[in-house]
Design a protein around this ligand. Structure first.
Ligand SMILES: [Zn+2]
Length: 113
């Protein structure tokens, strides 16, 4: 397992804004289990299934788009959720006293702007 990065919520927000701009709907996150990349906006249509904008930081979209039966690692996207003992989330965000976990930002295709 790779090292967990710890950052403050302010730093996390600043990094996201720098990578993707101020509109959080366009922010993209990488699933630590299957490496699928989903934007916050992608989760909007699964609102009725319990998805929220927060889902993008802790849940693989496979949980909502019908890939529930796919085993972890067998395909993309998967149904990984970043809660519980097997927490693969690579980013620890400190919000005051609270500790939140998040998927990593997608930093692959954002150079140039
Ligand atoms: Zn996944």
């Amino acid at each position: 397992m790779s090292d967990v990065i710890t950052m403050t919520k302010e730093d996390w927000l600043a990094k996201g804004t720098k990578l993707f701009g101020p509109d959080m709907m366009t922010w993209r996150f990488v699933c630590p289990a299957c490496k699928h990349i989903a934007s916050v906006e992608d989760f909007k249509k699964y609102k009725d299934a319990g998805a929220s904008p927060d889902s993008a930081t802790t849940r693989c979209i496979g949980r909502f788009d019908g890939h529930m039966d796919v085993d972890m690692g067998a395909g993309q996207p998967c149904n990984y959720t970043g809660y519980g003992l097997f927490n693969l989330c690579p980013v620890k965000v400190m919000d005051g006293e609270k500790e939140l976990r998040s998927f990593a930002f997608d930093e692959s295709g954002t150079s140039g702007h």
